[in-house]
Structure formats: structure tokens, C-alpha cells
Ligand binder design. Structure first.
Ligand SMILES: [Zn+2]
Ligand SMILES: [Zn+2]
Ligand SMILES: [Zn+2]
Ligand SMILES: [Zn+2]
Length: 312
């Protein structure tokens, strides 16, 4: 289908071959589904019309308007104390059905098209896709607090280093010592994060203490800063030991798309019982000293093999 041949069809009166000119824009009919407004050609004013002038979010039904025709979204309507934010007149309770219908007839590119998403959706199902779109920005992988920062990886890595004071390491092997005083006190969310940079990628090593059922445990696991398909190209091992004993964990890093909590709750990592940890630690058990040796490597490409996630 050529982009130039966008038809202008009324979708309300059932007469499909009647052409109406709606100001300077052309709207496609929901019935034809072949008329797509491509990102580069879409008249910006359609987007502007459907953008709430108060919060600038896309508007979804019910879309409201004032007596003078100024539109706003339903979230903002509840916040403006019955005054139109544009003209300050009393707002009333008028729904803008025409604009809702116009929205319904649109097919629009995913809002992450500039980040590479090629998908096009009917206006009202766009939001659902965007929540799961592979091209959406990543959330901050820091686990210690609710952090709402999102972005691409160079941005998030700088954010982790500068704002969360996370340790950065270059290379695919590591040898870490975790020291904790009063190891008898296991608080949930006693965690540490280290970022590793190797193979041109970033990995997050989490280490923490929590209560697993009745048992206090320490857990270490790796997350890959990228999506799950790409994460499967890598493997890692963690080794912890002392006093002539050791535990070795070998696994596939999880994508940071899976939340820290989800990975932790699926037990997909090295789990050390506290008694074992204290045994490895040696000494008088007043202080926990754990040496964790790790390695990250790239797997041979083998497209025929599918490694399932233990929790999905
Ligand atoms: Zn709004
Ligand atoms: Zn108004
Ligand atoms: Zn998308
Ligand atoms: Zn953050």
C-alpha cells in the first residue's frame, strides 16, 4: 500500500465511500485497517489533539471538554476543581465523543519507534504494547530502594555509579570479599551491587542476605543489562568456600527486565545457608567474611538449544 493513497473515510455514518475533509488532516477508518499513518508522515496535529494539554499524556476515553471545546484527560479532569485549565471557565461534565472516535480510527507507531520499534497499533491497544515493548527503556537495576530512573544502558550505568555509588569493575573475572559484622542479624534487603563491564556488555552482581523460609541465607546472582534472548549468550560461575569446602554455582544471567525481587524469589543463583557461610568464614563467627570468586563467559552460539528459565 502506498502511503500517499491514504483514504479519508467517515467511520460514523456507515457510508464508506463518502470522503470528508477534516480540516487539513486525513484520518483512516478503523473498518479498513489498511490505512496506517506512518510515523514520519503522520500530521503532528493529530497527536497534539490527542495529547492532554495539561499533563501531555495521550488521552483515552472518557475524553472531556469544556463549554468552549478545550479538551483534557480524565485524570486531569479530577484534579482541576471543575475549572478548564485553558480558559478558566467552569468545566462541567461534557464528553468529547468525536475525539474519542477519531482516536479509535487511528493506527499509530509504537511510542518507542525512535528507539527502533517498527510496530504499528490501533490507538487504544498501543498502550498495552508499549508496556511490554522490547524497545522500551530499561528501569534502574538498583535493588535497595524504589528508583524510578529509566534509560539506556550507558545512562543507567552512569546513574548507578554517580547516584547509587555502585562499584564498577572491568573484566570478566572477579574475586570479592564480603564482610559483614554481626552476621547473626539477617535483615531482608541487605544487599550489595557491583557492575561488571566485559564483552562490551554490563552485568549486575547482586549479593544479599535474607530470610528464606525459616533459614537465614546469603544469595549471589548475576543479571545481564539487556534482554533475555541476549542474556542466554552468556554464562557465569560463582564459587564460595573456605575451610576445605566450597560451593560452586553455574548459571545463565537473568535479564534486568526481570526485577531483582523476581530473580531472588526464584532462587536462581548461589544460595549459601548462614551456618555454611559462617563455616566458610572461619574465625570466631563474630564477623562474616565471604570470598566469592566469579567468572563470566560467552557461550558458543548454538541456536538450536533453548535454555528455559526456572521461573517462567
Ligand atoms: Zn491530562
Ligand atoms: Zn476551556
Ligand atoms: Zn514497541
Ligand atoms: Zn537508580
Amino acid at each position: 500500500m502506498e502511503m500517499e493513497s491514504i483514504e479519508c473515510v467517515s467511520s460514523t455514518d456507515g457510508i464508506e465511500d463518502e470522503e470528508i475533509q477534516l480540516s487539513h488532516h486525513q484520518f483512516s477508518s478503523a473498518k479498513t485497517h489498511s490505512n496506517i499513518i506512518p510515523a514520519g508522515i503522520a500530521p503532528t496535529s493529530v497527536h497534539e489533539l490527542l495529547e492532554c494539554p495539561v499533563c501531555t499524556n495521550s488521552m483515552y476515553p472518557p475524553i472531556h471538554q469544556c463549554h468552549n471545546g478545550h479538551t483534557l484527560c480524565s485524570t486531569c479532569k479530577t484534579r482541576v476543581h471543575n475549572r478548564c485549565p485553558t480558559c478558566r471557565q467552569e468545566l462541567g461534565d461534557i464528553r468529547c465523543l468525536a475525539l474519542e472516535k477519531v482516536a479509535e480510527s487511528l493506527e499509530l507507531p509504537c511510542k518507542y519507534f525512535s528507539l527502533g520499534c517498527p510496530e504499528i497499533f490501533p490507538y487504544y491497544s498501543k498502550l498495552k504494547h508499549e508496556a511490554l515493548c522490547n524497545f522500551r527503556p530499561y528501569n534502574c537495576p538498583y535493588a535497595g530502594s524504589e528508583c524510578s530512573v529509566t534509560g539506556d544502558f550507558p545512562y543507567l550505568v552512569a546513574h548507578l555509579r554517580d547516584d547509587h555509588k555502585v562499584d564498577m569493575h572491568t573484566g570478566c573475572t572477579f574475586n570479592h570479599r564480603y564482610v559483614k559484622s554481626k552476621p547473626r542479624e539477617v535483615e531482608n534487603a541487605t544487599w550489595m551491587l557491583t557492575v561488571f563491564h566485559c564483552f562490551g556488555q554490563y552485568f549486575c552482581l547482586h549479593f544479599e542476605a535474607f530470610q528464606l523460609g525459616m533459614a537465614p541465607v546469603y544469595m549471589a546472582f548475576l543479571r545481564f543489562m539487556g534482554d533475555e534472548t541476549e542474556a542466554r549468550n552468556y554464562s557465569y560461575s560463582l564459587e564460595v568456600g573456605g575451610n576445605g569446602r566450597k560451593l560452586i554455582w553455574e548459571g545463565t544471567p537473568r535479564s534486568v527486565r526481570d526485577s531483582h525481587r523476581k530473580v531472588r524469589d526464584s532462587h536462581d543463583g548461589l544460595i549459601i545457608q548462614r551456618n555454611m557461610a559462617l563455616f566458610f568464614s572461619g574465625g570466631d563467627r563474630k564477623e562474616l567474611k565471604l570470598r566469592v570468586i566469579g567468572r563470566i563467559w560467552k557461550e558458543q552460539q548454538n541456536p538450536g538449544v533453548c535454555i528455559p528459565n526456572p521461573c517462567s
